[in-house]
Design a protein around this ligand. Structure first.
Ligand SMILES: Nc1ncnc2c1ncn2[C@@H]1O[C@H](COP(=O)(O)OP(=O)(O)OP(=O)(O)O)[C@@H](O)[C@H]1O
Ligand SMILES: O=P(O)(O)OC[C@@]1(O)O[C@H](CO)[C@@H](O)[C@@H]1O
Length: 312
């Protein structure tokens, strides 16, 4: 059983267009609305993969009510914490070939009292959990140290913790020794303050995050696949997708696949890559079901070519 925590969930509207031209009126090909936010997506992917999960989310305003309805329609187990600020709406413009432009709102402000209610909800829901995953950006009013606090509380209860965030929230979480962090290439580069252009740079930066406290580092690298650095060493892999449809939520599917497969070693990395690739072949942030996942396309390398320049 895996608990996810999303402090800044969203309604994700995806609009498919032939081409995005700034300053013009564009007629869309299609539009769809999904429940969103990184932890929400991890729980949706776990549900699709038949892994028990509960999503702890803040919900506010009419958008929050709609988020609850969308999650209920998907059959997700949700612990909704009502808050005064309204749930944000994020927009994705998707062009053919998987090119996406995202517009993410900052989200409604959370008060200290609301954060205390989230902490209570996490404690209540995680009694039987093997992992708690804190995912996504922090809305206004939330201190950068919130994920560090989550790590300490969850670890004290003997439960493992994964953090998928960026910027100061990710940096502040490291000394609290998360069992896993899942930066993408950009987030990793920001965390170490230098560009990450080759696999060797990724390895070096991941080691740096470990030196600062993270026990395991799973770096998602878009079309370049993913790289795992933990106590067992370094492994990398990829799973090519010929016709990407939407990369939105692929990182969340990757993390879900990794946790679902035991979060260690080549087997977990291979599952992560298969789930991530399956998400990329689906529209918007649709999460893959068993029938969408292809394990035969995954290539795992225990001795990756470190000089290889990254393409995405
Ligand atoms: N073009 C692609 N081809 C094949 N696999 C891809 C592609 N893009 C993404 N993936 C898979 O999805 C995983 C996650 O992608 P990415 O690194 O873009 O995550 P992310 O930035 O965290 O995404 P998000 O925040 O939208 O969930 C990659 O590690 C890879 O396994
Ligand atoms: O603004 P954040 O919290 O960094 O990311 C939010 C978000 O872009 O992440 C998910 C995809 O990973 C989407 O469902 C959602 O819109």
């Amino acid at each position: 059983m895996i608990v996810t925590v999303t402090l800044n969930p969203s309604l994700d509207r995806t609009i498919e267009v032939d081409v995005l031209t700034r300053g013009e009126m564009i007629r869309a090909r299609s539009a769809r609305l999904d429940p969103g936010g990184k932890g929400v997506n991890v729980s949706r992917a776990l549900l699709a993969g038949h892994v028990t999960s509960t999503a702890v989310v803040t919900v506010g305003g009419p958008e929050g009510d709609q988020l609850r309805r969308l999650l209920a329609a998907e059959g997700l187990a949700v612990r909704a914490v009502p808050v005064a600020g309204r749930t944000r709406s994020n927009v994705t413009i998707a062009e053919p070939g998987g090119v996406v432009t995202k517009l993410n709102e900052p989200g409604g402000r959370l008060s200290d009292a609301e954060l205390a209610e989230v902490a209570e909800a996490v404690a209540a829901e995680s009694a039987a959990a093997s992992w708690v995953a804190g995912c996504g950006s922090l809305p206004p009013g939330v201190p950068d140290g919130i994920y560090a606090e989550l790590c300490r509380r969850v670890a004290a209860a003997g439960i493992r913790v994964a953090i998928d965030s960026s910027g100061p929230a990710l940096l502040a979480a490291l000394p609290a020794r998360p069992d896993l962090v899942k930066p993408n290439r950009e987030e990793l580069a920001e965390a170490v303050g230098r560009p990450v252009d080759r696999l060797a740079d990724v390895v070096e930066a991941a080691h740096e995050l470990r030196a600062r406290g993270a026990r395991g580092v799973l770096v998602s690298l878009g079309a370049d696949g993913a790289l795992l650095v933990d106590d067992d060493g370094v492994i990398a892999g990829d799973a090519p997708v010929e016709r990407p449809r939407s990369t939105v939520g692929a990182g969340d599917a990757l993390l879900a696949g990794f946790l679902a497969a035991g979060a260690r070693g080549p087997r977990a990395l291979a599952a992560a890559l298969a789930w991530g690739a399956a998400a990329v072949r689906l529209p918007a942030s649709r999460m893959p079901r068993h029938s969408d996942i292809r394990h035969d396309i995954v290539r795992i390398r225990s001795r990756p070519d470190l000089d290889k320049p990254l393409v995405t």
